[in-house]
Design a protein. Structure first.
Length: 249
């Protein structure tokens, strides 16, 4: 069983995607994550790459399950979880992005007094998940039509949770769809919740906190709770790929 898991999480070979991730302005991204719990990564994917991922949606051989949101009270629309082996583009993005997020993940946990630390390599973290019974892949492809939306939520999936994730917009606002903004809310102790609407173009990604993050207060750091969702699509169709770094039970 473990040998099979290891074959599933074999790291992808170096490619242009990994180099493109390395070339992003990570200093600015980390500053934005610290300041507001999210950061936009501009132009992560090309239009052709966006279309190629979107085109996978009708072919169920790429996926392990399909979720219709309205059946579960999640909103309206649907999504599919990829199966292993992941498509090459997703398999290359996942460890490349993880490598740049582990430092802030470990620093946040230290600041919040959480003992968990994350290894440098995504393969090692996935093995930790798999050893605990979290062996189902979590990257997903979401599809929305007019009137669809995604309720505020957190993508936790089990005991082992990497505290950041990435969503990439595959469709072009104003051309493919109207509405459908990515939304974050931050619940602060003894204060009203703070909303954040993140403007994205086709190929842009947003990195954001999965569950909670530290915030500097007058008496030191305190912990805030975050949820994310998508506002109602007014017209057209919107596709997004979600890159989650922990696997699910």
């Amino acid at each position: 069983m473990k040998a099979n898991m290891k074959s599933q999480i074999r790291p992808a070979s170096p490619s242009g995607i990994a180099a493109r991730v390395d070339a992003l302005d990570w200093a600015q991204a980390i500053a934005d994550l610290d300041a507001q719990g999210c950061a936009v990564l501009r132009g992560l994917l090309s239009p052709d790459e966006c279309r190629a991922i979107t085109a996978l949606y009708p072919d169920d051989k790429h996926f392990r399950s399909r979720i219709v949101m309205g059946r579960h009270g999640f909103g309206r629309g649907e999504y599919k979880y990829f199966s292993y082996p992941l498509p090459d583009l997703i398999a290359e993005l996942r460890p490349a992005l993880y490598a740049h997020l582990t430092g802030i993940a470990n620093r946040w946990n230290e600041t919040m007094g959480i003992a968990i630390r994350y290894p440098d390599r995504h393969e090692a973290f996935l093995q930790r998940c798999h050893d605990a019974g979290q062996a189902r892949p979590t990257p997903l492809l979401l599809q929305y039509g007019a009137g669809d939306y995604n309720c505020l939520h957190q993508d936790l999936y089990g005991e082992h949770v990497f505290p950041l994730q990435v969503a990439i917009l595959l469709s072009e606002p104003g051309r493919d769809f109207e509405g459908g903004e990515f939304v974050l809310t931050e619940q602060r102790p003894r204060m009203q919740s703070r909303p954040e609407v993140v403007p994205l173009r086709q190929g842009d990604a947003v990195a954001f906190a999965v569950h909670h993050r530290p915030v500097q207060g007058t008496r030191g750091f305190y912990r805030v709770n975050l949820r994310h969702g998508v506002s109602q699509i007014r017209s057209g169709h919107r596709h997004t790929v979600g890159v989650i770094f922990h696997d699910a039970k």
